[in-house]
Design a protein around this ligand. Structure first.
Ligand code: KMH
Ligand code: ZN
Length: 275
């Protein structure tokens, strides 16, 4: 079994300091949280950025500033900037995160429209095609975000048609978003059974499912994402003081279950990234 790749989703677009004071907004706070996650064992940082007041933004300049600042502190980390942004942003706005210098090695590509709490997260087929085209042209490897079973079937078909980058594909199964597929082991197993041979995958459990989905992913040979974007608590009633604490819990789980943790270069090898 390959080593375990841990991704830290350090910021997200929706969570706030009112919910957990350690949620980062400023460049300095984002660097602090990225470093805490990498020091704890994360090979990848999934990045959203904010204005200083916490408002989510997909500004190219803000991504550039944050990525440069993170890479100064964590020169080897793999960054996966979001092209999902926040609900309601236009595709053009969202794609700015694929415009930085150097280009990101990877970026998220969301695989279908879905409910997102009380709102709609809009990812039409033309939007997905445009994002796929951009990543094909720029050699950016997508991490395919699947919130629903149909998302997986759709993106695999689009890859077969050459509309988005194909084999080897990297999937992130984000389970437990209100309005989407639940964070159950059954759903995770269904997803994993339906990916093309040679693909890699990550499991992300939302809220209290962060660690209950991490455990099966570790034993099934998948990878794990945790972080404030997905979950603010270390355990029931205990807010995490940093993203590093959430990553450290996964590292400890992996150790207990006998799985080694990959560093960023090992993760590049597993994900077939060319640097
Ligand atoms: N903020 C969510 C609406 C991604 O990063 O690509 C979308 C999201 C997915 O976080
Ligand atoms: Zn995200």
């Amino acid at each position: 079994m390959d080593k375990l790749i841990i991704t830290a989703a350090i910021c997200g677009a929706e969570v706030t300091k009112e919910q957990n004071p350690a949620v980062p907004y400023t460049v300095e706070e984002i660097v602090r949280e990225a470093k805490s996650a990498v020091d704890a064992g994360a090979a990848i940082v999934h990045l959203h950025v904010r204005h200083d007041d916490g408002t989510p933004t997909q500004s190219r300049e803000r991504f550039q500033e944050c990525e440069e600042a993170i890479l100064k502190e964590c020169p080897n980390v793999i960054l996966i900037p979001s092209t999902g942004g926040a609900v309601g942003m236009s595709p053009e706005e969202r794609l700015q995160s694929t415009d930085t210098t150097p280009l990101p090695e990877m970026a998220t590509l969301d695989c279908g429209t879905c409910n997102f709490g009380d709102e709609i997260f809009d990812n039409t087929m033309p939007t997905m095609r445009a994002f796929g085209k951009r990543m094909l042209e720029r050699g950016i490897k997508p991490e395919y975000e699947c919130f629903e079973m149909g998302h997986l079937e759709t993106i695999v078909r689009m890859a077969q048609r050459g509309e988005v980058p194909g084999s080897p594909m990297q999937f992130n199964f984000v389970l437990g978003v209100l309005g989407c597929a639940a964070a159950t082991v059954d759903n995770l197993v269904w997803m994993v059974k339906n990916i093309p041979a040679g693909s890699t995958w990550t499991a992300t459990g939302i809220g209290r499912h962060a660690f209950t989905l991490a455990a099966p992913a570790i034993v099934m040979g998948g990878n794990v994402r945790v972080g404030f974007e997905d979950n603010l608590y270390l355990e029931r009633g205990v807010l995490a003081k940093s993203n590093g604490e959430l990553v450290d819990k996964v590292v400890r789980m992996a150790k207990l279950l006998g799985r080694e943790v990959a560093n960023s270069d090992e993760a590049r090898e597993i994900l077939s990234l060319k640097r």
